[in-house]
Write a protein that binds this ligand. Sequence first.
Ligand code: NAD
Length: 339
Amino acid sequence: MAYRVTLIPGDGTGPELAAALETVIAASGVPVEWERHDAGAAVLERRGTPLPDEVVESVRATKVAIKGPITTPVGAGFRSVNVALRVALDLYACLRPARSLAGVPSRFAGIDLVVVRENTEDLYAGVEHQVTPDAAESIKIITRRATERVARFAFDYARAHGRRRVTAVHKANIMKLTDGLFLRVAGEVAADYPDIAFDDRIVDNLCQQLVMAPERFDVLLCPNLYGDIVSDLCAGLIGGPGVAPGANIGAECAVFEAVHGSGPDIAGRDIVNPTAFLLSGALMLEHLGEGAAAGRVYDAVAAVVADGRQVTRDLGGTAGTQEFARAVAARLSAAAVTP
Ligand code: NAD
């Protein structure tokens, strides 16, 4: 029976990425029935909201979604659809693996890190107010409940994926109450996982060490804001956001998406690099229990990137997005007939 998956193409380069994904998943041999739903700026014009209820209802029903990037107005306008989805579906853990791919221009090689970011609170809770016209406050919220569940997610992930170490990232020397709580609860959870090493780093020191000796780290457990920044840093270590996949995971539902944004400057030109989105598709297959197919998709994307003849121009090639996807699909089809 086919898996039902909600597909939210998004805007900007999103629809091109969605088309590439459909090509590759079809070639993976995993039967997927897509429930397509639009969200974002174009929907806002038609429906008065960037995230109509039926989008959230679809994900609640299918429990699995993959979404393209969605443009978020800066400073004013609608609240980020990405944040709204995470909140509505309580997608409390953001997973961002950063693994070097041969063929991707980068200053570093051999990177293999996983960022697990708390997704629901911290300074992203949106509790801000204007104190006077010249002063504004944003309130940082850290709770035991949210920290404990994301810490358990990080340790469970580490255990399931043969990872050896979880490092908690914080600034507890300055924010003694909020980050102090995060660090303390992470340490308590660590005690339940004696097979996984646990340590911690102050976030500024971590950033320095990540660019000097990334091999010291394995799984990085971060509160929301540091996780946002550190995961972009890790995407930079592997050659930029165009190759970094991601997932937002809750107790019930999961939404997969690339780290990069909607690329308004390159939208509609068939030049967006689909690597990050296709690897997000591989994470989705793994989540569906199709680990072998997920591995095949990862390997096929990695092989096309390493080969370098059918990649997009950001990777030094001349291929369009859809040609890139067809090359990945061809590798998958060839792998299916070669025992
Ligand atoms: P961006 O990631 O869209 O683009 C940054 C630069 O990287 C651009 O030059 C773009 O052309 C390039 N780029 C990005 N992805 C690429 C890819 N796959 N292949 C080739 N080049 C790629 O970041 P931005 O310009 O800061 O944001 C644009 C919009 O996207 C904003 O409205 C932002 O809020 C939104 N955004 C959405 C998400 C999401 O939906 N999850 C994430 C980040 C940003």
